[in-house]
Design a protein around this ligand. Structure first.
Ligand code: DC
Length: 223
């Protein structure tokens, strides 16, 4: 199986780019952030305090998470219901960042993520794919962009969805999530030593996809 790991901070363009690259090669696209988001969504819906380890652990013991694929791409199925359309709000983003800092939450998702990669040619995006989940991935990419650019992209996305946010609030959120994601004790966001860094500041999606396709072709076909 061919496994490609794409890691990087929030808003670097991982999901748009990884989706397009996966379609080009006919691989599946695995958005691991959606898994953390689904768990955060469940916690928020059930008034579970993410800081309360026992409550989160209880929640996991009665949670079933699956991913499925249809014409819309990856769908995340939480306890039998497709929650993909509810997990992109600012509140769920922040909850996902918090819940992903809990070691046993990461442990709970680890086997599922590894199994998908074992059984499928895939492009998996997240924070710790190249470092922890797929240390032997065929290609590892670390996608970045300046914090201003990432916040600008997120802001446009949220506004397009009709969310009532200000740019200042979005940039603060991005900075907080960057800090949380890269300073947590377990599997922090970190470039793997053998990952190739791609800075997408000033690039559109097409340009970012081209840059990544070049890297993949070079690594897998010796081009
Ligand atoms: O990629 P995203 O914004 O959908 O991710 C949501 C949160 O989940 C993010 O703050 C960090 C966390 N995450 C993680 O810790 N490890 C992953 N492999 C993917 C996401």
């Amino acid at each position: 199986m061919i496994n490609i790991a794409i890691d990087g901070p929030a808003g670097a363009g991982k999901s748009s780019v990884a989706k397009a690259v996966a379609a080009k090669y006919g691989y599946i696209y695995v958005d691991t952030g959606a898994m953390y988001r689904a768990l955060a969504y469940k916690a928020l819906e059930n008034s579970i305090d993410i800081a309360d380890a026992a409550m989160v652990s209880d929640m996991l013991s009665s949670t079933k998470l699956d991913i499925a694929y249809n014409e819309l791409g990856q769908r995340i199925i939480l306890d039998g219901a497709d929650v993909s359309d509810y997990i992109r709000t600012a509140a769920v983003s922040m909850g996902a960042s918090d819940i992903s800092a809990i070691g046993y939450v990461r442990e709970w998702l680890l086997d599922m993520q590894k199994d998908i990669a074992k059984n499928n040619n895939c492009i998996m995006d997240g924070r710790d794919i190249g470092t922890t989940i797929l240390p032997n991935a065929d290609v590892k990419i670390f996608l970045t962009a300046s914090v201003e650019e990432r916040a600008q992209r997120r802001y446009k996305e949220l506004i397009a969805k009709g969310e009532d946010v200000t740019f200042e609030a979005v940039i603060e959120d991005v900075k907080t999530r960057d800090y949380n994601d890269s300073h947590r004790a377990v599997s922090p966001l970190k470039k793997a030593d053998d990952a190739i860094e791609v800075d997408t500041t000033g690039m559109n999606i097409e340009q970012s996809v081209d840059a990544i396709v070049k890297i993949i072709d070079r690594s897998t076909k010796g081009e």
